[in-house]
Write a protein that binds this ligand. Sequence first.
Ligand code: COA
Length: 361
Amino acid sequence: MANGLDDVVAADTVLSDVDGAGGHLTIRGHSLMELAGRWRYAQVVRLLFDGFFDDLPSDAELEKAIGNARVEVFDRVQPMLAQLAPLDIYSGMRAGMAVLPDGDGLADALRLIAAPAVLTPALLRLGRGETPVAPDEKADHAGDMLRMLSGAASPALAKALDSYLVTVCDHGLNASTFATRVVASTQAGLTSAILAGLGALKGPLHGGAPGPVIEMLDAIEASGDATAWLRKEIAHGERIMGFGHRIYRVRDPRADALKAVVRQLGSRSETGSRLAFAETVEQAALEVLRIAKPQRSIQINVEFYTALLLEAVGFPKEAFSNVFAAGRVAGWIAHAREQQATGRLIRPQSHYVGPVPDLVA
Ligand code: COA
């Protein structure tokens, strides 16, 4: 069956490699473990963009340029925020990003990096009946995102969010990155390509999973019996959110990187007890899945601890996919540039299985 393009290699890339059997993620020559919790998001943006833009500045200058881009995006989108606010938070963000210029330069790329970080807190605040907080161009990207959300950002929470953005910055030819590359291969601009990635990321089989993870944890807590709850879901043909992956047959390394960040935050009592509960659910889910699906190794994926981390830093579950996009947008842009540089249109074939017309004599 060709429907899922399993095992099809559709691009050469220097950007990242997912080793599904070994459980390793390499990003431009660095293992995820080397980057997560150590590099700042702006440094990783630079790492991904290197060679794809002519005018790439130093890390410090790039951090400043991202700050300036946050201010520029805020000024651009502010007049339309009231119209975007009634949409669901993801669609509101996407619609706000759609009005950005559709060029291929570094300024275009930085606006796209800035946009999810600016639009998400602004729309969340409007949804709560609060006034959006303008960006501070001097703040670090993750810290400013939290400041725009709640008026202040503790360094520990800002660091945790920064680690999250780094952890999800790129991940091989996942569905949204492929969608981005397809559009970029037509030589459309970066905004068009990123909008394709945003569309693909929204679905629950991809970046839409962490919100439902919170719903699952809450339902399991209310039920009081994780194993029974999980068994019932599987018996009804439901999928356990935050588990399973097309490529990984072992633990997704990003899950452990994020769990370590949540553990560090866990000295705060609420996060600590939530983590302890999530760990018991994780163990129960792995056991239930092992018994229910013995033919397939279904392990934890990035979304399970994403949910805990984003909850701990203060985002509501309906905005989790937005924050995922705020990290992944760096990888999408680099992939779009890499694809554009090949000059090759992505145009596969389909296998026609429909009715054939009557032949006219
Ligand atoms: N819960 C229950 N069963 C699962 C499962 C999950 N999370 N993930 C896979 N399976 C089962 C399928 O039901 C199927 O079982 P069957 O053979 O008895 O029908 C089998 O594993 C293979 O499923 P398939 O859809 O072919 O696997 P895939 O590699 O395409 O799945 C995902 C990858 C991510 C789509 C899938 O694991 C999933 O839906 N996970 C939950 C959503 C999620 O966490 N998404 C975020 C991904 S990072």
